[in-house]
Design a protein around this ligand. Sequence first.
Ligand code: ADP
Length: 320
Amino acid sequence: VKTIGVLTSGGDAPGMNAAIRAVVRTAISKGMKVKGIMRGYAGLLQEEIVDMSSTDVSNIIFRGGTILYTARCMEFVTPEGQQQGAEICRKHGIDGIVVIGGDGSFRGAGKLASLGVNTIGVPGTIDLDIACTDYTIGFDTAVNTAMEAIDKVRDTSTSHERCSIIEVMGRNAGYIALWCGIANGAEDILLPERYDGNEQALIDRIIENRKRGKKHNIIINAEGIGHSTSMARRIEAATGIETRATILGHMQRGGTPTCKDRVYASIMGARAAELLCEGKSNRLVAYKHGEFVDFDIQEALQMKKDISEEQFEIAKMLAR
Ligand code: ADP
C-alpha cells in the first residue's frame, strides 16, 4: 500500500483544512495510507509525523487556520535540509507528499521531487500571488473579511466626514486591495504593481473629491506599499481633513472559510491525492480559465502574472 504525507507550509489561509480533509479522504478511498506532517518542513525535519484516519479530519471543513499548523523553516532551504527531508520520508514509508502553501513552499516541493519523493503542490495563500493559477485557497475568505471590515470603517468615516486609509494584506501583490477597492467603492486604491509614490496627486484628488461634496474618502492601501499611519498624517496636514489609518492585519488570515474556498479547496485537495495515486510527481494543482488543471512545478514557478489593467481602470472610473 502506498503511503502519502500532507503538510501545510508558509502563511496560513482559510480553506486549508478543507484541502487537508479532501487529501486524507480521497487517499483513503483509493486504498492509500495518509500521514499528517505537522508544522510544514520544520515538522518534517523534526519527524513530527502522525497517522491520519478519515475521522481525524471530521469537523474541520468549516474551520479557519490549519489543523496541521504551519511554519517557516530556513533549514529546508539548504541542500542538506532537503536531503534529510527526503530521507525522513523514506524512513516513514512516505512515497508521496501533498504540499499546501505558496511559491516558497513549492520551491521546497520541487526539491523533494528531484530527490525521489513524489510531490504535488496545492496553492494556499490569501495573497493570490501564484502565477499559474487564477484561484488560491483563502483569497475569497480574506477579501470578504476585509470587505466587511472596510464597510464598517466607511460608516464612521462618513459620519465624521473623514478621510480613511485602510491597509489590507497581500504582501507584494495588490489583489486584495484591488478587489476591496472595487467591492467597497473606494475613492483610491494604492497597488504595489502600479503606485508611483506620487502622494501630491493623491492629496489633490482628496481635495477635489471634497469640493465635489464627497463626505468620506476611502483609500485602500496595499501591504506592499505600507506606511499607512505616516501617510495619514501627511494627508491630514496637507488637506486639513481629519485622516485616520486602519491596518486590518491578521484578521484577514482567519475566520470560517467561504463556500467557494471550501469547495475549491476540496476539489484541489482531491485532485492532488488522485495525481499521487496515478504516480505523478512535481506537479501543481491550479485553476485556470475556469478549469482545474495541473502544471510542472518548475514551469509554474517561471510564470508571471499581473493584476488586471481592465479591472484597475474600471475601479478608477467608478470611484469618480
Ligand atoms: P509561501 O510558501 O507562503 O510562499 P515561504 O516563502 O515562507 O511561504 O516558504 C515556506 C517554506 O518553504 C520556507 O520556510 C522554507 O522552508 C521553504 N522554502 C522556501 N523557499 C525555498 C527554496 N528555495 N528551497 C527550498 N525550500 C524553500
